[in-house]
Every structure is written in C-alpha cells, then in structure tokens.
Design a protein around this ligand. Structure first.
Ligand SMILES: [Zn+2]
Ligand SMILES: [Zn+2]
Length: 232
C-alpha cells in the first residue's frame, strides 16, 4: 500500500523466516525440529498429559539480522508447546494466556554438546531450519498508535494491505484482540514482542480458529519469556 505521510514514521522492518526442510544443528534457528537441551535435562514435557512438548521456535542470535540481535539477547531463545489433542492441553492449560503450564518459553546458553534428548511425539512437525531472513515493511494496528488520528478508511487499508500477518521477527505485532503485552512477573515491566507465529504459516499448527501467537520477552530480564495467542 502507499503509506500516508502520517504513518511513515511508524514503518518498522519485520523479518520473515526463509526456511529449508531440514533440522540442522541443535543450536540452529528453526521452527520445529530438535532443540539444544542442557546436558543434565530431559526434553521438556507437558505437566498435563506427560508427553513431550513440540518445539515451535528456536532463535540463535548468531543467525539473526544484526538490527534485532539485541532484542533476543545472549543464548538460545526456545519456545515449546503442547500439541496434544486428547487431552486438549491447549484448553486444559489455557495455553492462549501467558505463562501457561503447557508452554515453555525460555533462554538457554549452550555449553558443549548438551543432551541427546529428542522429543517423543507421535506426529512431530517437520523441522524447518531458518536459512535467511527477508525484510519487509510493517505497520501497527491502531491500538499501537493511539496518538495518531487517521480516518477509518486509512486504517481499513492498513488492515487490508499494511499488516504483515505472517511468522515474523520484530516489526509490529498483528494483534487479533488488541495488544497483549504481559507484565514481567519479576519486575512488572511491560514485555516486548520478539516473534509472531500465525496459524498454518511455517508450522502446521492451528491456534484455535486460525489464531496468532506472540513470544514476548522482558526488556530488563532476558530470561523472562512467555507466549500467548488470540483468535477472532
Ligand atoms: Zn499436554
Ligand atoms: Zn523483568
């Protein structure tokens, strides 16, 4: 879309993952696949069903565009999610809300080879290793630019053509039910979105009815991360 002058200062770069159908090293940036696990740990499991969690995302700052490395911090960012349908852990554990028991969002600093743990999943997602990042211009939803007064037609156009409703690093979050930035449980600071995962983009996952999820991080505490999603 032609971005109106008033919106131009709000244009941010979002980075779309370009992926190959392979797992790659345990420390690689990837969606799905095998994560680096500390030597003294087992693969993360769900407290509700006891099964392995599915790795949704691992980000290694070495693989990221330089402009956003600081947002991710040192070490690997990992997001694991219970995909069990019976029991339906997503609902039992309210995985749409931040800090759900059936979701693990964490930072680990790789140290040596790590564990040989692999997930025990009947139907794991095919691994997709991130091999590049494609920059695109991204725009906010109106709730993220409350100081801007633009006609409804402009926002309609932003909704139609300006939002990047894809899996993406940085940029503006595409909120479905308005902004959801949790407060850090340690310091109360509003957490910042690191990565957006939409239903059925890179991963064959559906968050409710084609929902969109966000991995957030405390700007003060690199090891405080969480995930939540919303659908229409
Ligand atoms: Zn579960
Ligand atoms: Zn904090």
């Amino acid at each position: 879309m032609d971005v109106p002058a008033a919106l131009q200062p709000y244009v941010r770069t979002a980075w779309l993952p370009e992926t190959a159908e392979e797992d790659g090293p345990r420390t690689a940036s990837k969606l799905g696949g095998t994560a680096w696990i500390p030597a003294d740990e087992t693969w993360p499991a769900c407290p509700n069903c006891g099964r392995s969690l599915q790795l949704l995302l691992q980000l290694n700052p070495d693989d990221l565009p330089e402009a956003v490395r600081g947002e991710v911090g040192e070490g690997l960012v990992q997001l694991f999610y219970c995909t069990s349908q019976d029991p339906l852990c997503e609902v039992d554990c309210e995985a749409f809300f931040p800090f759900s028991a059936s979701v693990v969002a964490r930072r680990v600093v790789p140290d040596g080879e790590g564990s040989e743990a692999v997930p025990d999943l009947a139907d794991p997602f095919p691994p997709r290793r991130v091999v590049g990042w494609r920059p695109v211009d991204d725009l906010p939803v109106p709730e993220d630019a409350p100081e801007l007064s633009l006609p409804d037609e402009v926002w309609d156009e932003v909704y139609r053509h300006g939002l990047v409703e894809r899996d993406k690093l940085a940029g503006w979050p595409t909120w479905i039910q308005g902004p959801e930035r949790p407060a850090c449980p340690r310091c109360g600071t509003e957490m910042r979105v690191v990565f957006q995962i939409v239903s059925d983009d890179t991963l064959p996952i559906l968050f409710g009815d084609m929902g969109t999820g966000h991995l957030t991080r405390c700007p003060e505490h690199a090891d405080v991360l969480t995930f939540g999603w919303a659908c229409t």
